[in-house]
Design a protein around this ligand. Structure first.
Ligand SMILES: NNC(=O)[C@@H](O)[C@H](O)[C@H](O)COP(=O)(O)O
Ligand SMILES: [Zn+2]
Length: 439
């Protein structure tokens, strides 16, 4: 039976934080595929390209116009028996390209149990009953807020940033600092102190937030590198001062600006990645990324957004794990199930695997340099989606071979032997990302 290679037409979501017009990679990639309902408008934000079977924006077979969701429902072998029997006749993952101009919301994604409860209670704001662990891989330099800082860093800010301490509350702040500075000590008590301090911040009145935001911005503008007593080793004062003024410029007075002092500020270079488990707090700030997640669109938000906020749910649901950001970054490894040809080896091509500790997805980034560099992938017992984010070449499954270039997206059915070959010049790169599930 011929395994299909299906060119997809994918939808793009215009959230307010997206980059505008053709500055948005999500828009450029969507526009690379013919579509009668997409014309890129220069002043419109294009935030997310969705690739997959999620019913909110299902990808379509470019040739027939049928949704991938329907095709998988009709022929579960596209997914493989094992994947279909566990996850039903849809992809277990949702694959995206995000193009971020303004900060995303301060958010977390509920675990499976909480997702079922939220979906049952409020299916409009929580459209899925599924968890949403997610991985981000930088296409361009990326900035994000991810996970709580080491407690000593938060204590430093509570002692040096008066507007922050005022909003948290004097007793909550001093209890927190005492718990944070305790050598060793009870982990549960530290997490409780963190939750109390964070909850104190998040329960601030709009009037207090307005007043303290104005004071915070004034301090950031006047103190520069000395802001927050020069900051901490992971985030210097000048960086914090710039972020405070940038976020204030984007959102005006907003409690989310103060969350900056509680969360790790991380920068990723192209190819670097981070993984967020369910209930991990985060907010992406800038850059273009490939993102892969379990099939869900559940977001609990608490700041930096015009969308529906559910602050009490967010404060209650968080893990209150805290750690230096390097523990949240993911280190890719060489993918062992692909063979490079001589051209690819000699030009320094690479096939790297990003393999988070969950079953629903992994991602492989293939970077083929120069003319005729080729990667041949062992057949997978599961479905894949491939997107080209740079350069051009060909993609083949068995006897079927098609052109592929920046923005093109393909579905590759189960048990296909996939071959990618570059058609770029000597010093150029042909880059693809492949999300897949194999259980
Ligand atoms: N961390 N990234 C994600 O979770 C994306 O997949 C979500 O779709 C975005 O967070 C949605 O952000 P807003 O709700 O518009 O602020
Ligand atoms: Zn998220």
């Amino acid at each position: 039976m011929q395994v299909p290679l299906i060119r997809l037409q994918c939808g793009v979501n215009s959230y307010e934080w997206g980059k505008k017009g053709s500055e948005s990679a999500a828009a450029r990639f969507a526009a690379a595929t013919p579509s009668d309902n997409l014309s890129i408008q220069a002043d419109k934000p294009y935030a997310e390209l969705w690739m997959g079977t999620h019913p909110s924006n299902p990808s379509k077979d470019l040739t027939t116009g049928r949704t991938l969701l329907d095709l998988c429902a009709e022929n579960q072998l596209l997914l493989s028996e094992s994947v279909a029997s566990k996850y039903g006749s849809k992809l277990p993952f949702l694959f995206k390209v995000l193009s971020i101009h303004k900060a995303l919301s301060i958010q977390a994604h509920p675990n499976k149990k909480l997702a079922e409860q939220l979906h049952a209670r409020d299916s409009k704001n929580y459209p899925d009953d599924n968890h949403k662990p997610e991985m981000a891989i930088a296409i361009t330099p990326f900035e994000g807020l991810c996970g709580f800082r080491p407690l000593g860093e938060i204590a430093h800010f509570l002692e040096t940033v008066k507007p922050l301490r005022t909003l948290v509350g004097e007793s909550e702040a001093s209890q927190f600092v005492q718990a944070a500075n305790q050598e060793g000590g009870d982990e549960a008590a530290k997490k409780k102190a963190l939750q109390t301090a964070f909850g104190g911040l998040m329960s601030s009145s709009p009037e207090d937030v307005d007043r303290e935001t104005a004071s915070l911005v004034k301090l950031a503008e006047s103190e520069g590198a000395d802001f927050a007593a020069g900051g901490v080793s992971s985030t210097k004062g000048a960086v914090l001062a710039e972020l405070v003024t940038r976020l204030n410029g984007q959102f005006g007075s907003d409690i989310g600006i103060f969350v900056l002092f509680f969360l790790n500020f991380v920068t990723l270079q192209p190819g670097e990645a981070l993984f967020l488990v369910a209930d991990d707090i985060h907010a992406y700030v800038s850059g273009d990324i490939v993102e892969c997640m379990a099939a869900s669109d559940n977001v609990v938000r608490a700041g930096l957004t015009p969308k529906f906020k559910d602050v009490s749910t967010l404060v209650d649901m968080l893990t209150y794990n805290y750690a230096p950001i390097d523990e949240q970054k993911m280190t890719p490894t060489e993918y062992p199930y692909a063979t490079l040809n001589r051209n690819a080896y000699s030009s320094g091509s690479s096939v790297m695997l990003y393999d988070p500790p969950i079953e629903e997805f992994s991602v492989v980034r293939t970077l083929l340099r120069g003319e005729g560099a080729k990667a041949t992938f062992d057949p997978l017992e599961g479905p894949s989606i491939v997107i080209c984010t740079g350069g051009k070449g060909t993609i083949a499954v068995g006897p079927t071979k098609q052109e592929i270039q920046e923005g093109y997206v393909f579905f590759v059915g189960s048990t296909a032997e996939l071959v990618l070959e570059s058609a770029v010049g000597q010093d150029e790169e042909f880059t693809t990302f492949k999300a897949f599930c194999e259980i």
